[in-house]
Design a protein around this ligand. Structure first.
Ligand SMILES: Nc1ncnc2c1ncn2[C@@H]1O[C@H](COP(=O)(O)OP(=O)(O)OP(=O)(O)O)[C@@H](O)[C@H]1O
Length: 243
């Protein structure tokens, strides 16, 4: 569903991504972990077609991603760290507007159902989103993704700044999306949430994907040790790429 083949990106002299191979299945939640500058956002931006790779290929729903290709945008939704919405519009109005841009028209009842499914409480449906918290904006973003019937959702730092309750709610919403067959790639520094929400994690460092791991087969502590060990080994000039 979300796939890359030897995907690479060089920004002038800086190689941000070295030959990345990802294969994220239908309904899978995959957390990309890594240090600052590891290449996580670059990966997401390439998968969204925001820029051209230096080499390699990316696919969403078996369609090859090409920069600014509207065919791909039909299948994929991008939820940035802070979701951009029209501040004076209510949650319902934002959903209506963005669904319309994607060619969908929903009744008021359907819009309410989408926002509820994304976890937004009823009392906020008609409030201007300008005063919404990060978590609430994210829920509106997820409802927009649901509204466009996205098969893949790409998220950048979705849990940074969320309180523990909101983070937990976020995990539950991801699991609901996954059960509907939506594939999710999230870039995060949040090891705890990656383990709680993700089926699989990938550890990136300096543009390399160093390790992939099913989250069900490691404890939280083991995952943290694995993360530290993987990055330390690379820094100690073992520089043996595991993937
Ligand atoms: N537009 C750009 N021009 C030049 N270099 C860039 C650009 N965008 C990113 N880079 C570089 O590419 C590398 C990867 O950056 P990227 O933002 O993908 O990392 P990241 O893993 O998302 O980091 P963070 O966790 O800090 O958000 C970094 O060295 C960064 O400085």
């Amino acid at each position: 569903m979300i796939k890359t083949e030897n995907l690479s990106k060089k920004y002038e002299a800086q190689v941000a991504l070295h030959s990345l191979n990802l294969d994220i299945k239908k309904g899978e939640i995959y957390a990309l972990l890594g240090s600052n500058g590891a290449g996580k956002s670059t990966t997401i931006h390439l998968l969204m077609g925001f820029m051209k790779p230096t080499s390699g290929l990316a696919y969403i729903n078996e369609l090859q991603v090409k920069p600014n290709d509207s065919a791909i945008k039909q299948w994929v939704a991008y939820i940035p760290e802070v979701v951009n919405l029209y501040p004076n519009f209510s949650a319902l109005e934002n959903l209506d507007f963005f669904s319309g841009l994607s060619g969908f028209k929903y009744t008021k009842d359907q819009q309410v159902a989408l926002l509820r499914e994304a976890g937004l409480r009823d009392e906020f449906l008609k409030k201007p989103v300008g005063a919404f918290s990060k978590g609430m904006r994210q829920k509106v973003g997820i409802s927009i993704a649901l509204g466009k019937q996205a098969k893949a959702i790409l998220m950048d730092e979705p849990t940074s700044g969320l309180d523990p309750y909101a983070s937990n709610e976020f995990s539950e919403i991801l699991h609901t999306l996954s059960k509907k067959g939506v594939s999710i790639l999230m870039a995060t520094h949040d090891l705890f949430r990656a383990k709680e929400s993700g089926h699989r994690i990938g550890i990136m460092h300096l543009g390399h994907l160093l390790l992939e791991q099913d989250t069900s087969s490691v404890s939280q502590v083991e995952l943290e040790q694995l993360y530290m060990h993987t990055i330390q080994s690379f820094n100690n000039q073992d520089q043996k790429i595991i993937i």
